[in-house]
Design a protein around this ligand. Sequence first.
Ligand SMILES: *[C@@H]1O[C@H](CO)[C@@H](O)[C@H](O)[C@H]1NC(C)=O
Ligand SMILES: *[C@@H]1O[C@H](CO)[C@@H](O)[C@H](O)[C@H]1NC(C)=O
Ligand SMILES: *[C@@H]1O[C@H](CO)[C@@H](O)[C@H](O)[C@H]1NC(C)=O
Ligand SMILES: *[C@@H]1O[C@H](CO)[C@@H](O)[C@H](O)[C@H]1NC(C)=O
Ligand SMILES: *[C@@H]1O[C@H](CO)[C@@H](O)[C@H](O)[C@H]1NC(C)=O
Ligand SMILES: *[C@@H]1O[C@H](CO)[C@@H](O)[C@H](O)[C@H]1NC(C)=O
Ligand SMILES: *[C@@H]1O[C@H](CO)[C@@H](O)[C@H](O)[C@H]1NC(C)=O
Ligand SMILES: *[C@@H]1O[C@H](CO)[C@@H](O)[C@H](O)[C@H]1NC(C)=O
Ligand SMILES: *[C@@H]1O[C@H](CO)[C@@H](O)[C@H](O)[C@H]1NC(C)=O
Ligand SMILES: *[C@@H]1O[C@H](CO)[C@@H](O)[C@H](O)[C@H]1NC(C)=O
Ligand SMILES: *[C@@H]1O[C@H](CO)[C@@H](O)[C@H](O)[C@H]1NC(C)=O
Ligand SMILES: *[C@@H]1O[C@H](CO)[C@@H](O)[C@H](O)[C@H]1NC(C)=O
Length: 419
Amino acid sequence: MKLLIQNLILLAVIIYLFSDHTCSADYPSIYGHSSVLVNDKLFIFGGNTDSGDLSKCIYYLNVTDPRQSLSRPLINPTSYLNYTIKIAWATAVTYNSTIFLYGGKNQSIDAPANLYIFDSINLTLKDSYVPQNESRISMQAVIDSKGKIYIFGGYNVPKFLSGSLPPSITILNSMIIINTILYKNYSIVNTTSGIMGRAYYSATMLDDSIFYIGGIDSSYRSVKITNIIVYNTSTNQWANINVNVTGSAIIENRYGHTAVLTPNNSSIIIYGGVTDNGTLPDPQLFFLNTTLPYTWLIPPRDETYPLPSAFHTANIVGDYMIIAFGQTTNSVTSPTKSYNKIHLFDINASTWVPENVTNPSLPSSMPTSQSPPIDLVIVAVILCGIIAVVFLVIIICNRDRLERIIENFRRRHEREYIG
Ligand SMILES: *[C@@H]1O[C@H](CO)[C@@H](O)[C@H](O)[C@H]1NC(C)=O
Ligand SMILES: *[C@@H]1O[C@H](CO)[C@@H](O)[C@H](O)[C@H]1NC(C)=O
Ligand SMILES: *[C@@H]1O[C@H](CO)[C@@H](O)[C@H](O)[C@H]1NC(C)=O
Ligand SMILES: *[C@@H]1O[C@H](CO)[C@@H](O)[C@H](O)[C@H]1NC(C)=O
Ligand SMILES: *[C@@H]1O[C@H](CO)[C@@H](O)[C@H](O)[C@H]1NC(C)=O
Ligand SMILES: *[C@@H]1O[C@H](CO)[C@@H](O)[C@H](O)[C@H]1NC(C)=O
Ligand SMILES: *[C@@H]1O[C@H](CO)[C@@H](O)[C@H](O)[C@H]1NC(C)=O
Ligand SMILES: *[C@@H]1O[C@H](CO)[C@@H](O)[C@H](O)[C@H]1NC(C)=O
Ligand SMILES: *[C@@H]1O[C@H](CO)[C@@H](O)[C@H](O)[C@H]1NC(C)=O
Ligand SMILES: *[C@@H]1O[C@H](CO)[C@@H](O)[C@H](O)[C@H]1NC(C)=O
Ligand SMILES: *[C@@H]1O[C@H](CO)[C@@H](O)[C@H](O)[C@H]1NC(C)=O
Ligand SMILES: *[C@@H]1O[C@H](CO)[C@@H](O)[C@H](O)[C@H]1NC(C)=O
C-alpha cells in the first residue's frame, strides 16, 4: 500500500514535470505576469503559477470588440519559437508594435539578458542587455511618445536571479531610461534625495509626468497611498504630492495593485492589491481625479464587483479597463490561489461588465495556432513512457533516496514564492 502511494506521488511529479509544456487556449491561473496592448491584441507574458513554476507562455487575446473578447480563447502565436523565456515579475511596454520586456525573474539562467525585444508583427523574440550589475524585479515601466522607457525602482537582484531570492536584496530608488529608437543608449538616473525606492507600485503616465502610487519602500512596508511621487520626464525632476483623503473616507495602503489612465485623461483608476498583512485593501477600486488640485474619488460599491485580485495586470482597451489574472485576495488571509479570469470595467458607466455576458465557459481544450509535427509528438510520448518506466524502476530500487528528492523538490518550489 505504501509503495502504491509513493508511486502515485511520483507519477504526479512526472505528470507535473511533463505537463505545462504547451500553452493552451484556456485562461491560465497566473500572477506576476506582464501584459501590454498592441493595436487590438492584449499580449501576456509569463507569470507565476500556483505550483511555483514560472510560465513560459506568450499569449494574446483578441480585444477588437472588448465586450466580445472575453469569450475568446487565448492565442499562443509563438509556439514554433525555438527560444523560450520563463519569466515573472517583469514589465512590458510597447512602441511601434515592438514590445520591450524588462527585468523579472527567469527560471533558467544562462545568458546575460535583462531586456527582451518581441516584434509583435513578425513574432520574433530577441534578447538584449541593459548594462548593469544587477537585474530588477517587481517594477512597472512606462514609455513616452518618443519611445523612451522609464523604469523606476524595483528590487535589485544581484546578477540574474535563479530560484529563490538571495538573502540580501534592496529596493532601488534610481531610474533606468532606455531610448528604444537608439536602444543601445541607456542611462541610469539617480534620484534626488527625499525620494525613497519603491517596488510593487503602479506607474501611470499623464503628459510628461509619471505618477508612482502605492507599493512598498525600503522598509518592506507599504508606502502611504496618499503620498504620490511624480517624475517629470522633461525636467528629470521628482515631486512629492500629498493627496489627502477628505472626510471620514479611508483608503488603505497597498502594493501589487494596478493604476491606469482613463481615455479622456480625467482620472487614474486604481484597482486591487494587498495590504501589509496580505489582505484585501479597502476600497478595492477608486480614482485619482487628475484635475488640479488632485483629489480621490471613491465610488459606491455594488454587487457587480468581481472577486478582488492582486498581482494582476490592467490595460485600457477602448472605454474599458481589462483586469487579467492575478491572485485572489480576501479580507482575512494572504492570497494563496491565482485566478484564471479576465474582468472588464466599463469606464463610462463606472460598472463591471457582468461575467455571464462575457465569459461563457471556454472549450476545455483548443488547439494552439501551430502544433508540432505528429512524429515529434509520437517520439515525445515514447520518450515519456521510457522515462516513466525508468523512474518506476528507480523508485522500487531506491525508495528512500527518491523520497528525499521529492521532498527537496517540494521545498524548493515553496521557497520560490516572493510576493
Ligand atoms: C479579432 O476578432 C475580429 C472579430 O471581432 C476579427 O475580425 C479579427 O480578424 C480578429 N483578429 C485576429 C488577429 O484574430
Ligand atoms: C532558432 O531557429 C532559427 C531559425 O528559425 C535559427 O536561425 C536559430 O539559430 C535557432 N536558435 C537556436 C537557439 O536554436
Ligand atoms: C515603425 O516601424 C516601421 C517598420 O519597422 C518603420 O517603418 C517606421 O518607421 C517605424 N515608425 C517609427 C515612428 O519609429
Ligand atoms: C532565461 O531562460 C531562457 C531559457 O528558458 C534562457 O535561454 C535565457 O538565456 C534566460 N535569460 C536569462 C537572463 O537568464
Ligand atoms: C518584418 O519582416 C519584414 C520582412 O522580413 C520586414 O520588412 C519588416 O521590417 C519586419 N517588421 C518589423 C517591425 O521588424
Ligand atoms: C559593478 O561592476 C563593476 C565592473 O564589473 C564593478 O567594478 C563594480 O564594483 C560593480 N558595482 C557593484 C555595486 O556591484
Ligand atoms: C544618450 O542619452 C543621453 C541622455 O539621455 C543623451 O544626452 C545623449 O545625447 C544620447 N546619445 C545619443 C547618441 O542619442
Ligand atoms: C548613482 O549612485 C550610485 C551609488 O550611489 C553611484 O555609484 C553612481 O555612479 C551614480 N550614478 C550616476 C549616473 O550618478
Ligand atoms: C495634505 O496634508 C498634509 C499634512 O497632513 C499637508 O501638508 C498637505 O498640504 C495636504 N495636501 C493637500 C493637497 O491639501
Ligand atoms: C493587518 O494589519 C493591521 C495594521 O496594518 C492590523 O491592525 C491588523 O490587525 C492586521 N490584521 C491581521 C489579520 O493581521
Ligand atoms: C475632478 O475635479 C474637477 C475639478 O475639481 C471637477 O470639475 C471634476 O468634476 C472632477 N471629476 C470627477 C469625475 O469628479
Ligand atoms: C447576468 O447577471 C445579471 C445579474 O447577476 C442579470 O441581471 C442579467 O440578466 C444576466 N445576464 C444574462 C445574459 O444572463
